[in-house]
Design a protein around this ligand. Sequence first.
Ligand SMILES: Cc1cc2nc3c(=O)[nH]c(=O)nc-3n(C[C@H](O)[C@H](O)[C@H](O)COP(=O)(O)OP(=O)(O)OC[C@H]3O[C@@H](n4cnc5c(N)ncnc54)[C@H](O)[C@@H]3O)c2cc1C
Ligand SMILES: NC(=O)c1ccc[n+]([C@@H]2O[C@H](COP(=O)([O-])OP(=O)(O)OC[C@H]3O[C@@H](n4cnc5c(N)ncnc54)[C@H](OP(=O)(O)O)[C@@H]3O)[C@@H](O)[C@H]2O)c1
Length: 563
Amino acid sequence: MPSSVVVLGAGAAGLITAHTLLADGFDVCLITRDHTPGGQWAKERLYPGLKLNNVHGEFRFSPLEMTVPLDSATTGGRLSGHDMENYMQEFADKFLKDKIIFDTEVLRIHREEGEENPNPWTVSVRDLNTNSSQTLRFSKMVLCTGGTSKAKIPEYLSSAAAEKVRFGRPIIHSAQFGARLNEIMNIVASKSSNGSSASVVVVGGGKSAQDICAHLASEGIQVTVVYEKTDAFTAGEHPLPDFVRKSRMLSILSPHINQRTRLERFLHTTWLGAKIVHGNWNGIIAGSFKAMKVPEDSPLRLTYSAIWNIHTNDEGIPRDDGFHALVNSGKIKVVAPARVTGFAEDGVVALNNGNSLEADLIILATGYRSSWGDIFDERTAHDIGLHRRSLAENSGPDEWANYRTLSNPPPLHPENMKWSSSVYKGIVPAKNILRRDFAINGAVLATNDGYLFETISHWISSYFLGDRMKLPKTVEAALQHTERDALWLRKRHPDLDLSLNEACTSFSVFWTWPQFSDELLEDMYLPSMRSGRNWFTWPFQIISVDELATLHEERKANRRKNT
Ligand SMILES: Cc1cc2nc3c(=O)[nH]c(=O)nc-3n(C[C@H](O)[C@H](O)[C@H](O)COP(=O)(O)OP(=O)(O)OC[C@H]3O[C@@H](n4cnc5c(N)ncnc54)[C@H](O)[C@@H]3O)c2cc1C
Ligand SMILES: NC(=O)c1ccc[n+]([C@@H]2O[C@H](COP(=O)([O-])OP(=O)(O)OC[C@H]3O[C@@H](n4cnc5c(N)ncnc54)[C@H](OP(=O)(O)O)[C@@H]3O)[C@@H](O)[C@H]2O)c1
């Protein structure tokens, strides 16, 4: 029987999930507070100069080809924000007409108690155009509200904190950069009409800070960025060949929670393998600094570790108007290592090294927090098990002690010791696993969201349909699985606070998305390693999302076989 599913959020994860569920016969309703589809890639979220970490073919779904970017030959197929906007709009127009409710904010989610209730999910929403509210009911729910849709603003950097000390300058979060760019340009223009030049201070060293600094500096605006650490990056004079970039090569050079092949066992558990792995990553990083012409003493070298951390971007071919080039040429001023600790009167920004800066405008590129916390009522969050759990201090022997690639780790982040997600595979809260009425897409961090979101959408659809799957048989078994995942993440990313934003880091696979996708396909009893299995060439085979195009039929055939 078709049942009604609400998909919350019309970003990439929400769109592909809705498409897959519709094709499997569900009655689907998508709700988003945005005016256009695409979430992060919606028209209203873009800013000028936004380029992705991904190239053409990496961030798309199998039902729809993506137009090749016009400048592909010179950029190696680098995608821009507009390429993504156009793709998301086309995808929604083609497959999800009349299924998306736009301009509608989800205020509260509640799950009615009682096993017999056919529509246990109630969603209170507000129409942002009319300000009217209503409550809708559904039988199942997929949460796709994303990890970059809620700004993270520390209390000490809030407008309220600024007001208290009469800071008196505008404070804008990076999430609003595109939408408020005119306002920013007006502030700069009014300062220069008085004969002086405006000074913009950007807080944070992540990719948002880098993009914003690069855009402002390219417009001739005086900009200073303050960070303790900035993102690591990969770059090169020429685009990486597809057999490196789009194959399993980088993924098998990265430790995964399960050793799936003999080659991976060799690379990660032997002395020689570890030498090869670290040699490769160190070579990539050194080559990238060289390609970007970053001097040895530059603050651009104060990066997170590309091997241990997830703060790594793919810059591709160096650009004169890119962040690194503009720092090299002195057009962006860097204050690092330092943190902004608060504000003082008349535009003074305080730093943790005792110094201060003067600003006419502050841009907080301080990241994002989970979009889940505010929308679930407390009882429902508890009932389905959405809360974080604390990990046992003494968690037994280290299952991955033989990973030589993970010896000599950086110090543990204090928060990393405390919390763990309780979301099974980053898709279903372990406590709710037997109910098959709630799932999440978008909460597993990976470098290829297109492929992974589509695989997860099929996993969710099969899970809702009650298909035969490899699933834990009890809540306790599901919880044990999340505990193992948490121990792995602690080992894999010791210096990271993964608890900060569970909406995109309930689980993290990052470079090892092919191995994780294979595991999800195997959960559905479907063929994995779909790009090819020749014993010698498999690591270099190009992985294309087109290899997922037949999943509906394959799952249907399995279903027929099992009934
Ligand atoms: C500037 C920027 C650039 C990025 N570049 C890359 C990149 O190059 N490569 C990459 O892999 N990742 C990138 N990311 C990460 C990006 O978030 C993900 O790649 C991906 O787009 C996330 O998709 P999603 O569907 O999970 O979430 P989103 O795209 O954030 O979609 C979430 C949706 O939920 C809606 N929503 C949230 N809360 C509510 C509510 N209460 N009520 C109603 N609707 C709600 C939002 O409006 C939105 O429609 C970038 C992020 C940012 C901020
Ligand atoms: N073009 C692109 O591809 C693109 C563009 C933008 C964003 N993104 C993606 O979107 C996600 C979010 O990126 P983001 O850059 O917005 O956030 P982010 O990666 O979380 O970076 C925020 C940074 O701000 C720092 N910070 C916080 N408070 C600070 C303070 N008081 N003083 C100095 N620094 C401070 C943080 O350091 P601490 O952690 O130590 O606090 C962190 O390094 C990432 O996955 C990113 O890759 C991609």
